[in-house]
Design a protein around this ligand. Structure first.
Ligand code: UD1
Length: 420
């Protein structure tokens, strides 16, 4: 198994370019099924999750080609509506195939994604929304089987106990494109990845308005045509690199990012004492000395993203004073805390909250990645821990970061990929 060996103590200085957004690419690739033709998606990052999505599209009968950052999907030959367990268990986001399969073929069979380390992760909101459009679901041998004679527009309240759902909104958007009449989604997710999906669907001929707000309207159409599209930059990757700059008291510029997408993070970094400069498609961070502990609460966009919570915790482990991190999206998403403690961090967990008392230093040792963002948090901590940190199970990191060690090494980090 591969691991990353990090020699701590290097101050990062230089410019990093963020790749295209993973979380925008996944539903957009699923949406290419809606056209029965050949679409080209540009800016797609080279990641394990993207490869999984392509495997599933291929299993359904699509022809896919991946050259540089462009993926061509020809969905004219779809022969199956089943996304099998072997592939879905590797990537929960495959649930976003439900909407397009139902819209195109009136049926879909998708393995029910299991639990994962960041919690239970149910799919009830997806099913509730699609049922309103006229889909009947049953659970057969671990598979969600959906069927509909005809999708009909409806008014749907899509909220759940933890707020809006990103991929449920994506599923509804895609299915509603082919529903007769008008669909209104209330309490839709406002994430930039939803806006990107809506822009792609509109480019294919859909009639969607309001994406980016909590109320989205979709007028059904009979057909969509293939389109070429470039996905937005990855705001979580960009945020992670800015935090790498902050934690190493560095001077880092992140290019190919949309500063507005990072608003909540940038506010908190300024509050902590970092110097932030926003430019056109870039943000730079300078952090001369010790930062102050600040509190964060994760919330749906535009709130502080849960996908940056673990990385921010690493920063707080070395900040001055105490900080409180409250996780409102995935209350159990604190697997990284135990590993950060192995590096010497002082963290107390209490039902959805982490209390972090900043320490003078962390000391490198072996730690284990439990999930994608936890891996990134451990890499960030390794950048400043004394001596050597080895982060194992790095396949989690490869799900969501394209060449993280290469990008960090280019600005002064000392990271090598090793085989354990
Ligand atoms: C997406 C992102 C993920 C991010 C998350 C929250 C992708 C591929 N993944 O995941 O990186 O961490 O948004 O920003 O875009 N919920 C239910 N029932 C449902 C669906 C969700 O209760 O049917 C709950 C979840 O358990 C969670 C909350 O709603 O507490 C938000 O989850 P959701 O927005 O659906 O996450 P994903 O779309 O799966």
């Amino acid at each position: 198994m591969e691991a990353l060996k990090i020699s701590g103590g290097q101050r990062l200085k230089g410019s990093i370019s963020a790749s295209g957004s993973k979380n925008a690419s996944l539903p957009i690739l699923a949406a290419t099924l809606l056209t029965g033709g050949k679409s080209r998606i540009y800016g797609v990052p080279r990641l394990r999750d993207i490869r999984m999505m392509l495997k599933i599209l291929t299993a359904l009968g699509a022809q896919v080609q991946w050259e540089d950052d462009c993926i061509t999907v020809d969905s004219s030959g779809i022969v199956s509506c089943t996304a099998p367990y072997e592939l879905v268990k590797e990537m929960r986001a495959s649930i976003c195939l439900l909407g397009p399969l139902l819209a195109c073929f009136g049926k879909a069979r998708i393995s029910l994604p299991g639990g994962c380390v960041i919690g239970d992760r149910p799919v009830d909101i997806h099913l509730k929304g699609l049922e309103k459009l006229g889909v009947d679901f049953k659970l057969v041998e671990g598979y969600i089987e959906g069927e509909t004679k005809r999708l009909a527009g409806a008014s749907i309240f899509l909220g759940g106990n933890f707020g809006s759902s990103v991929l449920a909104t994506a599923n509804l958007l895609m299915a509603a494109c082919f529903a007769s009449g008008e669909t209104i989604i209330e309490f839709a997710a406002c994430e930039p990845e939803i806006v990107d999906l809506a822009n792609f669907l509109n480019k294919m001929g859909a009639k969607i308005s309001g994406a980016g707000s909590h109320l989205i309207r979709i007028k059904g159409v009979k057909k969509l045509k293939p389109a070429d599209y470039r996905v937005i930059p990855d705001r979580i990757e960009a945020g992670t690199h800015l935090l790498a700059g902050a934690i190493t008291a560095g001077d880092v510029e992140v290019r190919n990012c949309v500063p507005e997408h990072l608003f909540a993070l940038l506010e908190k970094l300024v509050e902590a004492g970092a110097e932030i400069k926003k430019g056109k498609n870039k943000v730079s961070i300078k952090s001369g000395g010790k930062l102050k502990g600040v509190d964060i609460v994760t919330l749906p966009y535009p709130g502080f993203p849960t996908d940056l919570q673990a990385q921010f915790m690493s920063l707080m482990c070395l900040a001055e004073g105490t900080s409180v991190i409250t996780e409102k999206i995935f209350p159990e998403r604190f697997m990284h805390a135990a590993e950060l403690k192995r590096l010497g961090a002082d963290i107390t967990l209490q039902e959805g909250t982490a209390i972090i008392r900043g320490r003078e230093r962390l000391a490198g040792t072996r730690v284990m990645a439990s999930d994608l963002r936890a891996s990134a948090a451990l890499v960030l901590a390794g950048l400043v821990a004394d001596g050597e940190t080895v982060v194992s199970r790095i396949y989690h990191l490869d799900r969501g970061y394209q060449d993280m060690e290469g990008k960090l090494n280019a600005v002064g980090a000392k990271i090598t990929r090793i085989n354990e």
